[in-house]
Ligand binder design. Structure first.
Ligand code: NOJ
Length: 544
């Protein structure tokens, strides 16, 4: 039973594991991961690790200008990854292990090689012209407005054949679909039906807030000197406030309709919608749950990627989120994904353990990015092997997302068990793969993997940790964040030391508890709550 008394759903109690298929396991020796490779590793995901659902980044036919986020067919599998039969097998094998499967849905844009766009650009009066956003140049030939694309340059590209510009919020190879055209909505909803009928349990919706823009295409205003909440620098893109090129109010109607569609398929198997929403103003972000909780089940919450990484910053953010979240809605947390520098590189190896304990013990659905359970770090990619178009286009290779997409490390064999020996993987294998990999960490009771598994087991067996309430505990040490989780008689306390110095924390009321896991994975047993002696960079999960 969840806090509001209703029956909890799998996506509330469970933990999601993000698989980036290109980099998970290459079963056929072409250097790129594939769906058969995912099937091979399901026992690891379900049995060894013990998560409840997988989310697969795109595997649809694509010219791969943005590694699959440029979809050329919404209802098929790219031969690089396999075929529909393999996908069906993946669904069956996932379900057979009691897990759910979530796939990516990319509604904002297709590939420029999608037949819809090829038709659309063929002439001004093609029936598909209005499936995308076309506008005349300004009198001086310049783009229709000042919008800038997320991956550099203007959001508009002139199409010489028809003399008009088309809109693309990302690469020119990713033209934005026109969601104000009812035919587009129908076609895209049909794609959702297609996958739900194949047994898919939910969708992660790519840049969900971007699909509706200002209908008058007004210019974005310049960024004021302060006041904008950003989680990373994006070069010129940051020079304007992106208020007209995304998130127009009628976006909410689309998500109400999409939710109704998912609900139609949910009587026997509840489906979930998780929206990728890069909005850091909590009042705007929380609107994507819907006024009557009738939009997205989970607008992805990226707040932990943007906060200052100290006890006060994180605590204030979590408390603010708990306050901002609508009554009855369910929170969620993320500390990494295929777009963000690895958490172990961002905040350091020791603190990555703190981040894992935080992620797996807060109230809300956690999503764990593949490899974070090993504390994988960003893998440097030499300039001649760079793949990600972002860094290349903007001319700032620091923006490249390749380092966090480097192949998963399975064992100490050549290519770390990702690809067969002698194959060149699409991105380099981490230099330390012989010592940091699944096999070696399984043998080490103090490894990051051991910690992750311990936390996942405890969470899975505990109504308090998976579904219970969250209550911050005021302590006199500003270096530490402390809270409790509880449900019925079950109660846990989590205490995290965000500094590298020892800290003693006194819990009001004192008493004793049982240390279930230290992030150092070297002690358990009874502890005195009036003086918790945390070592530097140590977190404790204590059963009360
Ligand atoms: C967000 C995805 O996570 C990212 O990888 C992609 O490049 C953009 N959306 C554009 O689809």
């Amino acid at each position: 039973m969840s806090a509001d008394g209703s029956q909890p759903l799998w996506w509330q109690s469970g933990v999601v594991y993000q698989i980036y298929p290109r980099s998970f396991r290459d079963s056929n020796g072409d250097g790129v991961g594939d769906l058969a490779g995912v099937i091979e590793k399901l026992d690891y995901v379900s049995g060894t690790l013990g998560v409840d659902a997988i989310w697969l980044s795109p595997f649809f036919p694509s010219p791969m200008a943005d590694f699959g986020y440029d979809v050329a067919d919404y209802t098929a599998v790219d031969p690089l990854f396999g075929d529909l039969d393999t996908f069906d097998r993946l669904v069956d094998e996932t379900h057979r292990r009691g897990m759910k499967i979530i796939i990516d849905f990319v509604p904002n844009h297709s590939s420029d090689q999608h037949p819809w766009f090829i038709e659309s650009r063929s002439s001004r009066n093609n029936p598909k012209r209005d499936w995308y956003v076309w506008r005349d140049p300004q009198p001086d030939g310049s783009p229709p407005n000042n919008w800038l694309a997320s991956f550099g340059g203007p959001s508009w590209t002139l199409d010489e054949t028809t003399g008009q510009y088309y809109l693309h919020s990302f690469l020119p190879q990713q033209p934005d679909l026109n969601w104000r055209n009812p035919e587009v909505k129908q076609a895209m909803f049909d794609a959702l039906r297609f996958w739900m009928e194949r047994g898919v349990d939910g969708f992660r919706i790519d840049v969900a807030h971007r699909i509706m823009k200002d209908p008058d295409l007004r210019d974005n205003p310049p960024t004021p000197d302060s006041g904008q909440i950003r989680h990373k620098d994006q070069a010129d893109y940051d020079t304007q406030l992106h208020i007209h090129d995304m998130g127009h109010d009628d976006v909410h109607e689309v998500y109400r309709e999409m939710r109704a569609l998912l609900d139609e398929y949910s009587s026997e198997h509840p489906r979930v919608s998780i929206g990728e929403i890069h909005i850091f103003e909590l009042d705007v972000w929380s609107r994507y749950y819907g006024g009557a909780l009738d939009e997205l089940h989970l607008p992805f919450n990226f707040g932990l990627l943007a906060v200052p990484w100290d006890a006060t910053g994180v605590q204030q953010f979590v408390n603010a989120l708990e306050t901002a979240i609508p009554e009855g809605a369910w929170p969620n947390y993320v500390v990494g994904n295929h777009d963000e520098p690895r958490v172990a590189s961002r905040i350091g190896l020791a603190r990555a353990r703190i981040a894992m304990m935080l992620l797996l013990t807060l109230r809300g659905t956690p999503t764990v990015y593949q490899g974070d359970e090993l504390a994988m770090e960003d893998v440097p990619v030499p300039p001649e092997r760079i793949q990600d178009p972002w860094g290349i286009r903007v001319g700032d290779l620091r923006l490249s997302r390749d380092p966090q997409r480097a192949p998963m490390l399975w064992d100490a064999s050549p290519n770390a068990g990702f690809s067969a020996e002698g194959v060149e993987p699409w991105l380099p294998i981490a230099a330390d793969y012989a010592t940091r990999n699944v096999a070696s960490q399984l043998d080490d009771p103090r490894s990051m993997l051991a910690l992750t598994r311990r936390l996942l087991t405890e969470r899975r067996d505990s109504p308090a940790l998976s579904l219970g309430a969250y209550e911050p505990v005021d302590v006199d040490s500003p270096a530490c964040m402390v809270w409790t989780r509880y449900s019925g008689d079950e109660r846990y306390l989590v205490a995290l030391n965000f500094t590298d110095q020892p800290q003693t924390v006194s819990i009001p009321g004192g008493g004793t508890g049982t240390l279930v896991a230290s992030t150092h994975m070297d002690r358990e047993g009874q502890v005195d709550l009036s003086a918790l002696n945390l070592r530097g960079d140590e977190g404790w999960l204590v059963r009360l």
